[in-house]
Write a protein that binds this ligand. Structure first.
Ligand SMILES: [Zn+2]
Length: 251
């Protein structure tokens, strides 16, 4: 849906108050899926910019840890100009908002979707001006289907070394915790419930206990038991797997 919700200062204050009174420590916004910052279509790009800017302003209002964005889709257009258009839209949205971080989510490696590997994400950040508000969001399912076998602690460590060398881990501001319903290297973005997919309990335990993720907001984007999203029980499962992983790492 493109139609933005009009929030006012009172709504923001109420949100911040409710969050302070709750056990939730961080809120992360996901930008609307219709957005395509790379689109060649001027009208679609204009709508994308307006929607992204609005999300960042809401992020400013509620003190969000960031707005997560899928950087864009080529839709058959050449890579170079698509990257430039995406970066320009992103830079414009940052300019028109205060300080909320914009977190580029690494995609599942599907050809034609920008941000399909660390090189592309790094290039996008550079093209968009390399500002401190530009950050990274890593999704366990996306990394796995991209071909990184992150179900193993040592291999996950190598992947983060690569992310650090190319993007810089100081930009990593949140993680998405999903099991994969598609195989390693399949480049298919299909999420499974935590511990129930190709990564399994062992793999998610490794991901959730990664020391360099310590303190970061983590979001479940799984189908959940009723296909209505994750429930409390699945959050508890994820927390349990994190404890298992920490134990295995000798922590
Ligand atoms: Zn995600």
């Amino acid at each position: 849906m493109w139609r933005p919700t009009r929030y006012g200062e009172e709504d923001f204050a109420a949100f911040r108050e409710a969050m302070e009174a709750s056990s939730v420590e961080a809120a992360v916004i996901h930008a609307v899926y219709l957005i395509n910052c790379a689109s060649k279509d001027t009208e679609l790009r204009r709508k994308s910019l307006a929607s992204l800017t609005q999300a960042l302003r809401i992020g400013d209002g509620i003190g969000a840890a960031g707005v997560v964005l899928h950087p864009g889709a080529q839709k058959g257009e050449p890579l170079g100009p698509s990257m430039k258009r995406a970066a320009k839209t992103i830079a414009a949205a940052l300019k028109d908002s205060e300080g909320c971080p914009l977190l580029l989510e690494q995609t599942a490696g599907h050809k034609g979707l920008l941000g399909r590997d660390f090189d592309q994400t790094a290039e996008l950040i550079e093209l968009a001006g390399s500002g401190a508000r530009l950050g990274l969001c890593l999704d366990s399912c996306h990394l796995f289907v991209q071909g990184y076998d992150i179900t193993d602690e040592a291999h996950l460590g190598d992947v983060l070394d690569e992310a650090d060398a190319k993007v810089g881990l100081e930009r990593l501001r949140c993680v998405h915790v999903n099991d994969a319903a598609a195989p390693l290297g399949s480049c298919r973005d299909r999420h499974a419930n935590v511990g129930k997919g190709e990564m399994g309990r062992r793999g998610l335990a490794a991901f959730l206990s990664e020391p360099r993720f310590e303190g970061l907001p983590a979001t479940l984007e799984t189908p959940g038991p009723e296909k209505k999203g994750p429930d409390e029980k699945e959050v508890a499962t994820a927390k349990g797997l994190r404890r298992e992983g920490l134990k295995r790492r000798g922590g």
